[in-house]
Design a protein around this ligand. Structure first.
Ligand code: FAD
Length: 317
């Protein structure tokens, strides 16, 4: 069953979450612990992020440096397949423009087909740390919608060099990203929604939002998207606030506002434990309101928030 069918066939609000592949050199056991901690809430699917290679400079001495491409978190495809096999839960690897040529993407798609992983989240991906504007890798793409076209062609059996494959197994289905507080590069929310609509017209079956802490921003975004004719599910992305340093880190990293009421409560906290409790309470209230509004699914970002998510899920599922 495709993700969209899993979401639509669920009688109550579906539960899903996102994990990151392990750092290069570390094992997969920590991910299994995350899944073991959250599996009692019946996750319908688990997303696995992808991270582009970054250039690193190795000091060869005598003023010489070697430029090398390294992926700090490799293994998305293998992690997706391993989890699907071990837990029999659908996995959704993220597939990026960023850091991948068209042929590299094609090889990823071929691997995923062989492994029976056919649901994707299609994204442009973050820019490289040293870049001020996004630059594709070689003949790679500038925008998620172009990557969608490659996947659509793959689904029709057409490779990037124009040749065709003999046996197409199960076609890929996919979702895309969206931003209730607009994408940082977008001139305004209308423009962002215009491109979201294009991504849906190009084949995205649902959209998952950037994290947010103010439900009003999500409700307004959904209203605008519906007015623009976007009818697919818009799945809220949720992450409980965890520690005091996130007061500045979250707005800076994710380009989202923290609501005044939440900020006021966090500022009263003397330490991270107190801040985590405030974050959990806020998140429970946020999720309850979203469920009441009728969201089809809640999608949790687990990085350094697994224990908080467990507490939240115990209260709402
Ligand atoms: P796009 O859809 O390409 O949009 C980027 C900007 O360009 C937007 O402002 C949009 O309005 C505009 N735009 C879109 N299409 C066009 C066009 N054809 N012409 C002109 N403008 C256009 N990053 C990672 O590196 N790895 C991950 O695993 C990852 N997972 C994520 C999961 C979710 C749910 C979300 C919300 C984000 C994730 N990101 C991830 C971050 C994401 O890759 C970045 O936010 C990236 O900058 C934009 O990705 P996108 O797919 O929304 O890009």
């Amino acid at each position: 069953m495709k993700i969209i069918d899993l979401i639509n066939s669920n009688e109550k609000t579906a539960f899903s979450f996102e994990i990151l592949p392990p750092l290069k050199g570390t094992g997969i056991e920590k991910l299994y612990t995350t899944i073991d901690t959250l599996k009692e809430f019946d996750p319908k699917y688990i997303n696995i992020t992808t991270h582009r290679s970054e250039y690193i400079y190795k000091d060869l001495g005598e003023g010489l440096y070697k430029r090398d491409r390294q992926r700090r978190r490799p293994g998305t495809v293998a992690v997706a397949a391993a989890i699907q096999n071990k837990y029999n839960i659908k996995t959704v690897p993220h597939i990026l423009c960023s850091g991948f040529t068209r042929e590299e993407t094609e090889y990823v798609l071929i691997d995923l087909q062989f492994l029976g992983v056919t649901d994707l989240l299609v994204l442009r991906g973050d820019k490289a740390k040293h870049e001020s504007v996004f630059t594709p890798e070689g003949d790679g793409y500038y925008h998620a919608i172009q990557l969608q076209e490659q996947i659509n062609n793959f689904n029709k059996g057409i490779f990037v060099d124009g040749t065709s494959m003999q046996n197409m197994e199960q076609p890929f289905s996919y979702g895309v990203a969206c931003y209730p507080e607009k994408h940082e590069e977008s001139p305004n929310i209308e423009d962002d929604i215009y491109w979201l609509k294009k991504k849906v017209e190009a084949g995205a079956e649902y959209a998952v939002t950037q994290l947010f802490y103010d439900n009003k921003k999500y409700f307004d975004f959904v209203d605008r998207a519906r007015q623009a004719g976007i009818t697919v599910p818009i799945i809220p992305g949720i992450k409980p606030f965890k520690k005091l340093s996130q007061l500045t880190m979250i707005p800076k990293t994710f380009k989202v506002d923290l609501p005044e009421d939440l900020t006021k409560e966090i500022l009263k906290c003397k330490n991270d434990n107190e801040a985590q409790q405030v974050g959990i309470e806020w998140c429970i209230a946020q999720c309850k309101e979203l469920i009441e509004y009728g969201v089809p699914s809640l999608h949790f970002y687990t990085i350094s928030a697994v224990d908080s998510i467990r507490e939240v899920a115990q209260k709402i599922y």
